[in-house]
Design a protein around this ligand. Structure first.
Ligand SMILES: NC(=O)c1ccc[n+]([C@@H]2O[C@H](COP(=O)([O-])OP(=O)(O)OC[C@H]3O[C@@H](n4cnc5c(N)ncnc54)[C@H](OP(=O)(O)O)[C@@H]3O)[C@@H](O)[C@H]2O)c1
Length: 336
């Protein structure tokens, strides 16, 4: 079968298509013929070769969907013909996150999904409901589950909340749709007026171009009559964190998710404590979070926003496209 593996090229890893053996099936595993995949900003970070962990030979990407073509002798939950998505952390199925679960991130420390077939434990997938196409389902495991955990599992978002969302990428547009579904007010920032108009059509209430208005924290304060946002989806990192803290409401939540501008951030500890704020670190979510999110999306008729679809044989173009940041929402890959 055809499979992509990361190979060192100059100062980074690039995905290279290789011929790979069909993997053996363990008794608790299922074999999935993959139909579609999606890329996340984290896949760019992994290919950037900035870690001590060797990724040589790693199958990249966490996100994909496919159909079960074979089941192991002990498989009881699932059957051949069902459509499924692998979960982001192979070992985080339910309950609280354990530090060792980090080692089970698909396409990170654990083999990923950018392969014609994969085998995986039957407990590490979710069943795709008929409402989602294979391509739509492929967008869900990382970006959507992250937005879900942040807003609802940790943030308890509701109709009285005001959420600030940074940018118009994958996590951001899922968060926008989820927040509007419960009636929260949404303030969104983007580098592009055109993308902001698109966000407005999805229900965003306040639009801020962060390139034209670098001090967007002040705009957020004005838009909230001086109160600030109750929830901030922190996707930027060092260049945005202080601004976020400035425009967070008393008792509000910073949902720390992204590192779009780097890894370290200065924190104003005095402001943090004086407004009784909470910073929550978010790392995607569990299988149970994923399943609850799918129920919610069906109840609210939410579909992923897909910007571009590349053929499997040209998967490297998905890497270049996400690096260009021209997209709005998700970038997918499928068979020709
Ligand atoms: N912690 C977790 O579990 C987790 C899970 C998923 C993703 N993440 C992280 O979350 C971030 C977003 O991931 P993604 O896959 O959604 O990325 P993405 O689809 O590539 O979206 C990137 C978008 O972010 C916006 N952006 C870039 N710099 C910005 C800035 N300084 N201020 C505001 N917006 C900015 C841009 O939107 P505009 O073009 O509209 O300006 C850009 O298009 C990444 O850092 C990723 O590593 C973390």
């Amino acid at each position: 079968m055809k499979q992509y593996q990361l190979k060192i090229h100059k100062d980074k890893y690039i995905p290279v298509m290789v011929d790979a053996k069909l993997p053996e099936l363990e008794p608790s595993e299922i074999r999935i013929a993959m139909d579609a995949w999606s890329i996340n900003y984290r896949d760019l970070l992994i290919s950037a070769f900035n870690s001590d962990i060797s990724r040589e030979g790693l199958v990249p990407l966490s996100d994909g969907s496919g159909i079960i073509v074979e089941v192991g002798t002990n498989v009881s939950r699932l059957k051949v013909g069902q459509r499924v998505c692998p979960i982001f952390f192979h070992d985080w199925r339910t309950g609280s996150f354990k530090e060792t679960d980090i080692q089970s991130a698909l396409g990170g420390s654990f083999p990923g999904v950018l392969s014609e077939q994969i085998v995986i434990d039957e407990k590490s997938v979710v069943v795709i409901p008929e409402q989602f196409s294979a391509i739509e389902a492929s967008t869900l495991p990382c970006a959507a589950v992250t937005a879900w955990q942040a807003l609802f599992v940790r943030g308890n978002l509701n109709e009285n909340s005001t959420v600030l969302i940074q940018g118009t990428g994958g996590v951001a547009l899922f968060a926008l749709q989820f927040a509007k579904a419960v009636g929260a007010k949404v303030i969104i920032t983007s580098s592009s007026d055109q993308k902001l108009q698109f966000a407005q059509k999805l229900g965003a209430d306040v639009l801020i171009n962060y390139q034209k208005i670098p001090e967007w924290d002040k705009e957020v304060k004005i838009a909230t009559e001086g109160v600030g946002a109750t929830h901030i989806l922190e996707l930027g990192g060092p260049d945005t964190f202080s601004l976020s803290l400035n425009c967070l409401s008393a008792g509000g939540y910073i949902l720390q998710i992204g590192v779009l501008t780097g890894f370290g951030a200065q924190t104003n500890l005095m402001r943090l404590q004086s407004i009784n704020a909470t910073i929550c670190g978010i790392s995607v979510g569990s299988r149970v979070h994923f399943e609850n999110m799918i129920d919610f999306m069906i109840r609210h008729n939410i579909k992923p926003i897909i910007d571009m679809i590349f053929p499997f044989t040209e998967a490297t173009k998905a890497y270049s496209y996400i690096a260009s940041a021209k997209h709005t929402g998700k970038i997918c890959i499928t068979h020709e």
